[in-house]
Design a binder for this molecule. Sequence first.
Ligand code: HEC
Length: 173
Amino acid sequence: MKNNGLLFITLAIVALGFSVYAVKTSHDLRTENAALLEKLSGADQEANEEYELAKAMFYMQWHSGKLWFAGKNQNWELAAFYAHEVEETIEEIEEAQVEEDGHDISTLVHTMTLPFLEQVEEAIEKKDVVVFESAYKNLVQSCNACHQVTGKPFIKITIPEVPFPGNQDFTKD
Ligand code: HEC
């Protein structure tokens, strides 16, 4: 009887220990799952915004680069198309209310880049290649000015020299 009592107590302690362990493990798992879900759902703001901004910048570089060759070739219809693409990306950044390292990217992109893009658009409307070139240079400077202000001075945009991606004809028909 005495032995049985001891066995019972031992078993009870083991069972209690196990259930405490099980509860703790499932709690850890739940916490891990919640963190993962938060990340996947985009509630993990910082990582999400960083990703989106780099993607938007990629589009800006891609379309603004093509814009140069369209304008240089006085292919105004194509130039207007690419200017519009750049504008759409700017609007997207504005609406996304992007903040990075304490910089209000959405406000900056509106005040720093949009006025220069509008100058490029005016040149396209007037079909004036000289004005287009100088407006485009200002646009590129505004890209770099913002990279400087936002602590990314190592991202230096230039006037593209070689048409890309190499399988597109930028000349007017
Ligand atoms: C309002 C500020 C701002 C303006 C204006 C701006 N950028 Fe950026 N750009 C940034 C920031 C901030 C990053 C870094 C993004 C990151 O950390 O993910 C960046 C990153 C980049 C990158 C690196 C990403 C890549 O795909 O290689 C390129 C290229 C780029 N910008 C091109 C441009 C071009 C072209 C323009 C102008 C047409 C421009 N940017 C205008 C703030 C700006």
